[in-house]
Design a protein around this ligand. Structure first.
Ligand code: NCD
Length: 310
């Protein structure tokens, strides 16, 4: 694959995705083989929004490749507090690092920032927009558990503000999948995302539901998401839908024994802890897969001269 930056999953072809996932599997099988591959390489971390998994797994990935990170730290302790623009911040930090990872509350921020820098910039979430590196680890987890072709997936929760959902839905159009979206009406997939999905894949099988019941027995994978409280303009609107979609042992009585349950985490109350020790639960493995997948991505983007061709 050959990309200067990773901004959205829309830019990834099936071949690109397979390149990353295959490389991640290789690394997962023998991490020691790449332990010094990117010695002396520095990754710049710019997180303007809270993060645990994404930030720490990028940091782990860079260190496991022999490199290190430079971290802007919290907004409170950086010059952003003094009113510095994002364009200025990224132009400064690109002078310190070989690649940048950016998370920002504004949709489109990663695209804009990428126009100011020459080093690879990876979008780690832009508002309710996209989260393509999460998508790659999601796809890796789906491939391991259910395979990526002839897949029936349910995607449930906050489909309006959930950037992991927007990215995943796009990437899945590269494969033979049936996508069922389950949400309260107020949190349906934005119409422009539905329109886009049909634009890229005329035959895309996309169905929307307000209840899980009718489709649960047919699912290979159920991808559950958190209601994105911080993106609601009005807290009362959040309270109307909070806690509406919860998975517990009773819910799963109708599920196939082979169902795989995923969640990008953090969860609030969407999945009962009692599910964690069942064979359905793949969400902790999914979080762990962030390391080999991000190692693969960094390796591809940082390889000599930025050349990321197969
Ligand atoms: C997600 C995010 O930040 O969009 N978290 C993550 O990266 N694993 C999901 C969420 O916050 O709900």
């Amino acid at each position: 694959m050959r990309h200067d930056h990773l901004i959205t999953s829309k830019q990834l072809s099936r071949a690109d995705i397979e390149t990353v996932l295959d490389r991640a599997a290789e690394i997962d099988a023998d991490p020691a083989a790449v332990a010094d591959r990117h010695a002396n390489t520095l990754l710049g971390l710019l997180f303007f929004e809270p993060s645990t998994r994404t930030k720490m797994s990028f940091e782990t990935a860079m260190k496991r490749l022999g490199g290190d990170v430079v971290d802007m730290g919290s907004i409170e302790s950086s010059s952003v507090k003094k009113g510095e623009t994002l364009a200025d911040t990224v132009r400064v930090i690109e002078g310190y690092a070989d690649a940048l990872v950016l998370r920002h509350p504004r949709e489109g921020a990663a695209k804009m920032a990428s126009e100011y820098v020459d080093v690879p910039l990876l979008n780690a979430g832009d508002g309710a927009g996209h989260h393509p590196t999460q998508t790659l680890l999601d796809l890796y987890t789906i491939r391991e558990n259910a395979g990526l072709d002839d897949l029936t997936i349910g995607i449930m929760g906050d489909l309006k503000y959930g950037r992991t959902v927007h990215s995943l839905a796009h990437a899945l159009t590269n494969f033979d999948t049936r996508q069922h979206f389950v949400s309260p009406e107020s949190l349906q997939l934005p119409r422009e995302v539905v329109y886009d999905l049909h634009q890229v894949d005329e035959s895309a099988t996309i169905r929307e539901h307000d209840s899980l019941e009718e489709i649960l027995p047919s699912l290979d994978v159920l991808y559950v998401t958190r209601i994105q409280r911080e993106r609601f303009p009005d807290e009362r609107e959040y309270q109307k839908v909070a806690g509406e979609y919860q998975i517990d042992a009773d819910t799963l009585e109708a599920a196939s024994d082979d169902l795989t349950i995923m969640h990008p985490l953090p969860r609030v109350d969407e999945i009962a802890p009692a599910i964690d020790d069942t064979d359905y639960a793949a969400y902790f493995d999914q979080a762990h897969n962030g390391v080999p997948v991000r190692m693969a991505l960094l390796d591809l983007f940082l390889s000599e001269g930025g050349e990321t061709d197969e």
